[in-house]
Design a protein around this ligand. Sequence first.
Ligand SMILES: Nc1ncnc2c1ncn2[C@@H]1O[C@H](COP(=O)(O)OP(=O)(O)OP(=O)(O)O)[C@@H](O)[C@H]1O
Ligand SMILES: [Mg+2]
Length: 263
Amino acid sequence: MSSEPLLIIDNVSVNYGAVRGLVDVSLEVPESGFVAVLGPNGAGKSTLVRSITGLLEHHDAKVKSGSIIFDGADITGKSSADVVPMGIAQVPEGRMLFAHLTVNENLLLGASTRTHRSGVAEDLEKMYEMFPALTDRRKERAGFLSGGEQQMVAIGRALIANPRLLICDELSLGLAPQLVAQLFETLTRLNNDHGTAILAIEQNARMALSHADYGYLLESGEVTLSGPADELRSSDEIVNRYLGGASSGGQTTPDNPAASEVN
Ligand SMILES: Nc1ncnc2c1ncn2[C@@H]1O[C@H](COP(=O)(O)OP(=O)(O)OP(=O)(O)O)[C@@H](O)[C@H]1O
Ligand SMILES: [Mg+2]
């Protein structure tokens, strides 16, 4: 690849006191790339997200060594208030909506970091075009929506910040396979049509690898495998441990969601 990657994570280690979060993790997301990070519970996936988005400080942790470069700038240890305006937005694990605020209010919160306010109203309407299921719910409290609809709000809230890199931490958690497939299709469209780079943290290895270009496997805080998504889909390690053992060529099996989960 000729140009510099948009995001470069170079040998990053993070500890929570005596607990190791990440150990010498290196990872790249190319400009307009779609990268998946797979791994079981406790692998360090959310820690990786927090290191990029400046949220480690809320967990009394920090990047101990290594560096994180975004668009050529060193963002190691920067706060979320610094990195969001630079073009990094996240859909956090568990969605983290404000349950008592309306759908519209939650979406608009994502625009609060935009340096110029022009175009916010238009972009808000684009979110409803992207997720038509939300259109008639805009005045409803987010806490009353289904899990899937809440995830759409969480994605919309991240996108309205106009990010160059969208980080999704376990988008699929607790959602029906068909809805997960729809959300991943939305990410792919964003990636193809707008060039938004995607970093999808996922336990649903099958779904993530069928949409990403490149993937990393994180285990006990370390990258244990990486490669082009189609190669990972056929690697013995991934097939046997994360794709249910059958060499299905990476096809999604909506009728067999258990087979597509890591655990
Ligand atoms: N705030 C914290 N304080 C102490 N230890 C933590 C904290 N957050 C995470 N850890 C520990 O760091 C390790 C990595 O956790 P992390 O949440 O990054 O894993 P994960 O891959 O996101 O897991 P999951 O799939 O369950 O979301 C685990 O051992 C976890 O117990
Ligand atoms: Mg996590």
